[in-house]
Design a protein around this ligand. Structure first.
Ligand code: SAH
Ligand code: MG
Length: 204
């Protein structure tokens, strides 16, 4: 795997082994159709997925309202003042995201969807090869992402969910809750868990 830019130059919340797994599975299922991620932030996961789409003839839809999750807001643990729009008093990672796409020369392979995830999904009907869920971590947000997008994954496609913490003391439980829901549905089989990234195959 060769990335178009130094991935450490992109702000974000994704470990290298997780990014490599995203690249690997997106590459594998690219012939099934486009991929979609929920939660792009400054584009770290986007570069891995987008590069796989470029190399293997697919396209990535990158959904993010770019207003940040709960933990990115002012006064919260992961707030980054350089991504704060002082004039409008809100987070705005879209500028940084676009800059990443331009630097990585991925603008022809990644379609930014600047929107709340559920709103973007409302009239969506395109079958997807892979869905990567890495958006809001409230139970409400994670459930909405799962309900909005999982149903669009084609048979043989991939559902990837970030931030799985089996130990509740280690992290929030919303992502692993939707991961378990997906498994319990009988529509997915477990492939592997890489660091905190869960990978499921759509079988039904
Ligand atoms: N995948 C990124 C990290 C994503 S952080 C990386 O590789 O670094 C989570 C992102 O989800 C934030 O940018 C936030 O704006 C976005 N987000 C949170 N809730 C959302 C929602 N309901 N709809 C769309 N985007 C959302
Ligand atoms: Mg995450």
């Amino acid at each position: 795997m060769q990335l178009p830019i130094d991935i450490d130059s992109v702000k974000g919340f994704l470990a290298a082994d997780e990014g490599e797994a995203l690249f690997r599975y997106a590459s594998e299922v690219a012939p099934l159709g486009p991929c979609l991620e929920v939660g792009s932030y400054c584009g770290k996961s986007t570069v891995y997925l987008g590069q796989a789409c470029r190399e293997f003839g697919s396209q990535l839809y990158a959904v993010d309202h770019h207003r940040g999750s709960e933990e990115h807001q002012q006064g919260e643990e992961y707030h980054d003042p350089s991504l704060f729009d002082a004039e409008h008093q809100q987070m705005d990672s879209f500028r940084a995201f676009r800059n990443t796409l331009r630097r990585a020369d991925l603008e022809s392979f990644v379609v930014p969807v600047v929107s709340d995830s559920a709103t973007a999904a409302k009239y969506w009907s395109t079958p997807l090869a892979m869905v990567f869920i890495d958006g809001g971590h409230s139970m409400e947000a994670a459930m909405a992402d799962y309900r909005s997008w999982a149903g669009h994954i084609r048979q043989g496609g991939i559902l990837a969910i970030h931030d799985l913490f089996p130990d509740p003391a280690a992290g929030g439980q919303a992502p692993i809750t939707i991961y378990r829901l997906a498994l319990a549905s009988g529509l997915y089989s477990e492939i592997e868990v890489v660091n905190t990234l869960g990978l499921l195959r759509r079988i039904g």
